[in-house]
Design a binder for this molecule. Structure first.
Ligand code: FAD
Length: 409
């Protein structure tokens, strides 16, 4: 079997893999990315958070993203029955970007991967990683080319950015169950035909089901008159509906009067898809000469659109650790990678748990929220979940608990 060597081997050219490749190329590292699919390919996860722009910029890919013509995004709107609230992310507690984009992931992921190639990374499409050996001095993977040839690659360090493919967690038995109940999503893209002024295309719109607090819909407008539309619910809820995924999604959308009225002229021209049981976790985010990035590590829930931001944050922390490793400085991957990454993930977790229990929804829709508290919440919704200066980050459980109690009375 043919064998080759590289400095950094990355599995997967999704957001985590491509941004890691860009950051590492800026350090002058030799980077090989093996990607199973041919790009462009569909992926879910279309609403970015402003915090993610910091990492796109640091990776040297800002111009590529800006020039791609995606839908500008400046906030999030929440609707339940006749209740409405929205957040403008430029009005937020934490410093940094206040705007971002809503992206068709097929195009976005291709833009990032091409940017990584432009910066000198080698990206091989339709090369699937089949097995891995991390017991030797250096990690080694076996991959299969589009022609069906298998070959080995040895690397000084291996980054698993395989997302829902979860290559190392599966092969190395690192998977642990998520604490979240089994939820699923049905989603599609529609030509929305919402009249101008019908809704703010610069914001993701989250609609809570009129009867079920744990069921919610997303509408994510794109720059071409189309919109991503999806519903998230427990698996048992979704299983009650009959027919194709499109028919089931249509039936659930019809249950919300404001959403169905908004989309009354929409053209449903794309078959709906479904994903169930996406929440995942791992025993460890790293091992000897390897680390897990993005969704290959932990994935919580889509409600606050945090997935791509967490993927980028993981790429950024890992590339900082690798810069120190290659400079001969000691790196403790638990202290320098896993702990800081999980700090922000845990902030999101607090808000996700409270969302599904209903408490955070009461906070969001409360009519008399203090402007300062709204700016702190806005920062978290914008992805600044690692900013310890924000009391709702530093002490999120207790602070949110107090707020929930105040808003419930
Ligand atoms: P991925 O994007 O999954 O990329 C992994 C890549 O690895 C893929 O290209 C895959 O082909 C490749 N790969 C897999 N296996 C192999 C292999 N064996 N060999 C080689 N390559 C391989 N996030 C947001 O930020 N905003 C949202 O609005 C949002 N909405 C979501 C809605 C739903 C219903 C769900 C489930 C998730 C949502 N997310 C959202 C989360 C988002 O989809 C992910 O967090 C994000 O895509 C993770 O990026 P990644 O780079 O880690 O992995």
């Amino acid at each position: 079997m043919k064998s080759e060597k590289t400095e950094i081997l990355i599995i997967g050219a999704g957001p985590a893999g491509s941004v890691a490749a860009g950051l590492l190329r800026k350090q002058g590292r030799e980077v090989l990315v093996l990607e199973r699919e041919q790009f462009p390919r569909f992926s879910i996860g279309e609403s970015l958070l402003p915090q993610s722009m910091e990492y796109i910029e640091a990776a040297g890919m800002l111009r590529d993203v800006v020039e791609a013509g995606f839908q500008y995004k400046n906030g999030a709107a929440f609707v339940r029955g006749d209740k409405f609230t929205d957040f403008d992310f430029r009005e937020k507690f934490s410093p940094g970007w206040g705007t971002t984009y809503q992206v068709q992931r097929a195009h976005f992921d291709e833009v990032l991967a091409k940017a990584a190639e432009r910066m000198g990374a080698t990206v091989r499409y339709r090369h699937e990683v089949l097995s891995v050996d991390v017991d030797g001095e250096q990690p080694q993977v076996t991959a299969r080319s589009p022609e069906g040839e298998t070959y080995r690659v040895q690397a000084r360090f291996l980054l698993d950015a395989s997302g829902f493919g979860r290559v190392l967690p599966k092969l190395l038995k690192l998977e642990t169950p998520s604490n979240f109940p089994m939820r699923g999503a049905l989603f599609t893209h529609v030509e929305d035909r919402v009249a101008p002024g019908g809704f703010d295309r610069n914001k993701i719109r989250i609609t809570v089901h009129p009867e079920h607090v744990h069921v919610w819909y997303w509408t994510i407008p794109f720059s071409n008159g189309r919109c991503s539309l999806g519903v998230v619910a427990k698996r048992e809820f979704l299983e009650q509906y009959q027919g194709t995924d499109t028919e089931r999604l249509k039936a659930i959308v019809a249950e919300d009067p404001s959403l169905s009225s908004l989309l009354k002229d929409a053209v449903w021209d794309t078959p709906a898809r479904r994903i169930v049981g996406y929440a995942s976790n791992v025993k460890s985010l790293w091992g000897r000469n390897f680390a897990l990035l993005g969704n290959a590590g932990e994935f919580l829930d889509p409600v606050f659109s945090s997935g791509v931001t967490i993927a980028f944050k993981s790429a950024s922390l890992a590339s900082d650790c690798l810069a120190r490793t290659f400079a001969g400085a000691p790196v403790d991957w638990e202290r320098d990678y896993a702990v800081p990454l999980k700090a922000g993930v845990d902030t999101f977790r607090t808000f996700v748990e409270s969302w599904y229990a209903g408490g955070f929804q009461q906070v969001l829709f409360h009519p008399n929220a203090s402007p300062e508290v709204r700016r702190m919440i806005s920062a978290i919704l914008a992805g600044y979940a690692w900013d310890k200066n924000n009391p709702y980050v530093a002490d999120s459980k207790r602070r949110l608990g107090v707020l929930e109690t105040l808003c419930a009375t």
